[in-house]
Design a protein around this ligand. Structure first.
Ligand code: ADP
Ligand code: MG
Length: 300
């Protein structure tokens, strides 16, 4: 496992920021760590990257324990903190060279050049960091996090504050990097995990409330399939209830009914019923529970 978190609790003074959190992350995946503000995302990430210690529980990165082997852990992880603290007075190359020095990287000049290529800083490479746009500063942050070629990347809200173009560029970059590395990224934006993450772990008030493949999250939380059916005129709910395969039926509005059904084939029975009762089906559609709805359900 790239990351193994077991029964981790973190207490700040009187406040429990993480409450018995456990999860693991396999190598080579992009995992979204999704949760509202204050859920404990940054706290978890600071523990994984050895910036703060947990109160209780165990955390391992590539098999190394964060408390007992922090130096080994730091070799395996790259970290982009939430507010991306950069030295605004330094030049891009100068800064990356400095970070390379901190990691005692050999052949620093070549590595800095390579990083500039990987994150697409080419045209901005001779500027001071303070002169860069937020999108390019995030690229510097990513280069900084990857310069020592770690196996695992921890990115804390890497796209917050970017405009739509920058957002798309940084997401593309993260996806690309994810082909070679394990990435855990935090976000409070549902669309973000849908756009880039293979797996999603949802955290709320310090507790893990979901952990699944992003595409399966909807399935898992869904109770029964719901078909929204609009007829051309009003219908009798007692009759609709008796259609074979219908579990429940509820008027949604006017002439639209929400049918909770056993499976997708029940739509044929609904058509049949309509035909026999002089009703016309104007529209029929599956109600999909998107990630946003699931997120709301799990975190409120
Ligand atoms: P997130 O990153 O999901 O927004 P955080 O991990 O930053 O959440 O915070 C989780 C909870 O812990 C919040 O309620 C926050 O106020 C609290 N917290 C975070 N850091 C500290 C700290 N250094 N001292 C006290 N409370 C903290
Ligand atoms: Mg945070």
């Amino acid at each position: 496992m790239s990351i193994e978190v077991k029964n981790v609790t973190k207490i700040y003074g009187k406040q429990k920021a993480l409450d018995n959190v456990s999860f693991s992350i396999e190598p080579g995946s992009i995992v979204g760590f999704l949760g509202p503000n204050g859920a404990g995302k940054s706290t978890m990430m600071k523990i994984i990257t050895c910036f703060i210690p947990q109160t209780t529980g165990d955390v391992k990165v590539c098999g190394f324990d964060v408390i007992n082997n922090p130096i080994d852990v730091k070799k395996q992880v790259g970290y982009l903190p939430e507010h991306n603290p950069l030295y605004l007075d330094m030049y891009v190359k100068e800064y990356l060279d400095f970070i390379g020095g901190v990691h005692k990287i050999g052949n620093r000049k070549a590595r800095v050049k390579e990083m500039i290529d990987i994150v697409g800083l080419g045209i901005e490479q001779n500027k001071k960091i303070g002169a860069l746009s937020k999108g390019y500063r995030q690229r510097v942050g990513l280069a900084q996090a990857m310069i020592h070629d770690p196996k695992v990347l921890i990115l804390d809200e890497p796209t917050t504050g970017l405009d739509p173009n920058q957002l798309e560029e940084i997401r593309g970059l993260i996806k690309n990097i994810g082909k070679e590395k394990t990435i855990m990224l935090s976000t409070h934006i549902m669309q973000e995990v849908e756009a880039i993450c293979d797996k999603t772990i949802i955290i709320n008030q310090g507790k893990i409330v979901a952990n699944d493949k992003t595409q399966d999250l909807g399935q898992q939380q869904k109770s029964n399939l719901v078909l929204m059916v609009e007829f051309d005129k009003d219908a009798n709910s007692n009759h609709l209830k008796n259609i074979v395969g219908v579990i429940r039926v509820k008027k949604h509005k006017d002439k639209t009914w929400a049918f909770e059904v056993e499976n997708d084939k029940v739509r044929n029975n609904i058509f049949q019923y309509a035909m026999e009762n002089d009703l016309v089906v104007l529209t029929i559609q599956k109600e999909t529970q998107n990630l946003e709805a699931i997120f709301k359900k799990l975190t409120t």
